[in-house]
Design a protein around this ligand. Structure first.
Ligand code: NAD
Ligand code: UDP
Length: 315
């Protein structure tokens, strides 16, 4: 039975990845310091093949048993989290990634870095292809996250080139689904919470900035295919359907039937103007593309389900 280590495994994406790996017949070691993740995200897992370790990835970690795969997801991910934890975000992207890569090297395991579309910053090309180097403000408030991930990508390529580690880099575009924290500050859980409470949906700026939203199960499929591929250069995984944030707020109102009004608040500093993945490489290399559109994905997020047939996401 293969063994996979998932750092950040009690978080939103990490917990769905643990579910998927267990369903594939893997033993799963989930490492998390519970900074932004919760035990609730993994409490439904009853498998004897699942181990939870509460550990901070910025501190040295040894695993005695053999590992086949290391998925490194540990990092604050929502802007409100990394703005609250700026030094920690830089540390987990740097020491934390060294630590995870060291484990992959020692165990001769495949390694996957959860990087981000934020490496493109406020992009000057559209849509974003992997060969675009980005437009990041290193000293702005988002710099702690963007530069940590850019460093982590450089580090991952160095372990691959110099140490021969079998590394993979995924650039994840905005992903959503069940288990996002209602107060994590990201647009979809915020709008869903506000719609549910009947309070105004807070659109930042004039709402003309764009994002492209991927449902969580599509994203997880891409991660699993990538770590088992021979591709070492970064690959975008995201849903290329692009929406303005105002359109997103309207889609949430439609999905919930909420009477909430839309109000406009100040745009945060360095908020990217546009974002849309070019997924030509994912299609060609992995045969991957998203299968779930925004209306279906929002419905499943509201219901707390992850499949078209409505299978329960927990328990
Ligand atoms: P999340 O906050 O739900 O999950 C992150 C997890 O990492 C949490 O469980 C947190 O407790 C854990 N963690 C943080 N620092 C840690 C440390 N030092 N040691 C151990 N665990 C630690 O966020 P998410 O959306 O699930 O994001 C997971 C990963 O995917 C992150 O690396 C993020 O940068 C990346 N990503 C996510 C998105 C998205 O849209 N969800 C987009 C781009 C990139
Ligand atoms: N946003 C918004 N209202 C909110 C939360 C976010 O208008 O209550 C906007 C935010 O300014 C950004 C977009 O929605 O333009 C996506 O924000 P999110 O935090 O989800 O992710 P980002 O892509 O910025 O990391």
């Amino acid at each position: 039975m293969p063994t996979s280590l998932v750092t950040g495994g009690a978080g939103f994406l990490g917990s769905h990845l643990c579910d998927r790996l267990l369903a594939d017949g893997h033993r799963v070691i989930c490492v998390d310091n519970l900074d932004t993740g919760t035990l609730e995200n993994i409490e439904h897992i009853r498998s004897g093949d699942f181990v939870f370790m509460e550990h901070d990835m910025t501190r040295h970690l040894e695993i005695a048993e053999p590992l086949d795969e290391v998925f490194h997801l540990a990092s604050p991910a929502s802007p409100i989290d990394y703005l609250r934890l700026p030094l920690h975000t830089l540390k987990v992207g740097s020491y934390g990634t060294h630590n995870a890569l060291g484990l992959a090297k020692k165990h001769r395991a495949r390694f996957l870095l959860a990087s981000t579309s934020e490496v493109y910053g406020d992009p000057q090309v559209h849509p974003q292809r992997e060969d675009y180097w980005g437009h990041v403000n290193p000293i702005g408030p988002r710099g702690v996250y963007d530069e940590a991930k850019r460093y982590a990508e450089a580090l991952t390529m160095a372990y691959h080139r110099q140490q021969g580690v079998d590394t993979h880099i995924v650039r994840i575009f905005n992903t959503y689904g069940p288990r996002m924290r209602p107060k994590d500050g990201r647009a979809i859980p915020t709008f869903l919470r506000q719609a549910g409470e009947g309070t105004p949906l807070t659109v930042f700026g004039d709402g003309s900035q764009t994002r492209s939203f991927c449902f969580v199960t599509d994203l997880i499929e891409g991660l699993v295919r990538l770590i088992r591929s021979d591709e070492h250069d970064p690959v975008n995984i995201g849903n290329p359907e692009e929406y303005t944030i105002l359109q997103l707020a309207e889609a949430v109102r439609d999905a919930t039937g909420s009477p909430s009004e839309i109000v406009y608040e100040a745009l945060p500093q360095d908020d990217p103007t546009v974002r849309q993945p070019d997924i030509t490489r994912a299609r060609a290399i992995l045969g991957w593309e998203p299968t779930i559109g925004l209306a279906d994905g929002l419905r499943m997020t509201i219901e707390g389900t992850v499949s078209r047939t409505g299978a329960a996401s927990r328990g």
